[in-house]
Write a protein that binds this ligand. Structure first.
Ligand code: NCD
Length: 352
């Protein structure tokens, strides 16, 4: 792949670069007009989303037969991916791992940074540069906001860049979760994602999934977003400002029951207490924001109930049997959507 002119001309230091608006950063993370690193949800426009959803649907279809699965897994059998997950993860890790295997990539993993030379004093930047010598793609989850983007920025300045996919960074972004969330909506509503009312519930202040999903809804006509949270965990001002700038209807409320009736999707999230610095979550009563069996009678027949998982008590287990409970399918959709993304980044998507 050729480095484009626009990429090499943008060379400020990291802090200056990081502070640029996303729209100005996108060319630096693209090659030949295609997304190369997937770091933030603003990179995913409507055309790309529709394309990835079609590729994901096709992958599901062709891999049902052994011949199709063998063909797909031959497409990237010359490539290796490294999963660097410096934060707890089960589903995103497994989802990416299996997405790699569907596409035939060989994988290696680091899940515990205490076994890396970082403990000998190596900087995280040198560590990731070392990893990149061995592989053709880095899939990364990291507790520090912006670190995954910084890794991609560093990589793109080296002589041997490899694409970087963000599997969740700090409190800021989780673009591939948003990709699979919208893919789930796409499958639930037969591709019609316009005029949808999405109710997001829970710890919106520290949940990265709801942030990335909010960005993605800009791609659709006339969305309306309802943010339901305890007052301590309201959506951050930068997202509200983004919605205002893009004329996206939104409201904030603590009235969970009241928000349910008009919803096309109810997106539940757990309290993100791993981000507590001084026990902020301790005194908060989260129970008014739980989806219980009794709430099923309040939502539309066509409404879908979603959750990025893992759940604690936000959704009563009895809700799982309702056909509108979409979270288990949502997880599986993630594997296909990520496989589609990987095929796109390596440019083999048209061969599926
Ligand atoms: C989410 C995350 O890590 O942000 N999980 C996931 O990737 N499916 C949500 C969460 O942990 O609450």
């Amino acid at each position: 792949m050729q480095r484009t002119q626009e990429m090499t001309s943008v060379q400020p230091d990291w802090e200056t670069f990081h502070a640029l608006p996303e729209s100005e950063k996108i060319p630096f993370f693209s090659r030949d007009g295609r997304m190369y690193d997937c770091l933030f949800a603003q990179q995913l426009n409507r055309n790309l989303l529709e394309h990835l959803f079609k590729v994901a649907d096709r992958l599901r279809d062709v891999t049902q037969q052994k011949a199709g699965a063998d063909h797909v897994s031959s497409l990237l059998s010359d490539k290796r991916a490294m999963l660097y997950f410096a934060q707890p993860s089960t589903r995103t890790f497994m989802s990416f791992l299996n997405a790699c295997h569907i596409m035939g990539l060989k994988t290696s993993e680091i899940r515990d940074t205490s076994t890396s030379s970082e403990v000998k004093g190596e900087t995280p930047e040198d560590t990731v540069r070392t990893f990149s010598s061995y592989v053709d793609m880095i899939i990364m989850r990291h507790p520090a906001p912006g670190f995954v983007e910084k890794t991609a920025w560093l990589m793109n300045r080296t002589g041997r860049p490899v694409p970087v996919l963000n599997g969740g960074s700090g409190k800021d972004q989780h673009p591939t979760q948003a990709l699979l969330d919208v893919y789930t909506l796409y499958r639930s509503f037969n591709g019609d994602l316009d005029n949808k009312r999405i109710v997001m519930v829970g710890d919106l202040k520290r949940g990265r999934t709801v942030r990335s999903l909010s960005y993605l809804m800009r791609n659709y006509k006339n969305p309306s977003l309802v943010y339901v949270s305890p007052k301590e965990f309201r959506m951050e001002a930068d997202i509200l400002e983004f919605l205002r700038r893009n004329n996206i209807k939104h409201e904030e409320t603590e009235d969970f029951r009241g928000a349910l009736s008009g919803a096309d999707a109810v997106y539940m999230t757990r309290i993100q207490d791993e981000h507590d610095k001084n026990g902020e979550s301790k005194g908060v009563d989260y129970s008014p924001f739980y989806f219980k069996k009794e709430h099923l009678g309040l939502i539309k027949k066509s409404c879908v109930i979603m959750h990025p998982l893992p759940r604690r008590h936000e959704i009563e287990v009895a809700v799982d049997d309702d056909p509108r409970a979409m979270y288990w399918r949502q997880e599986r959709n993630g594997m296909w959507a990520r496989a589609a993304l990987i095929s796109y980044v390596f440019g083999v998507d048209e061969r599926i």
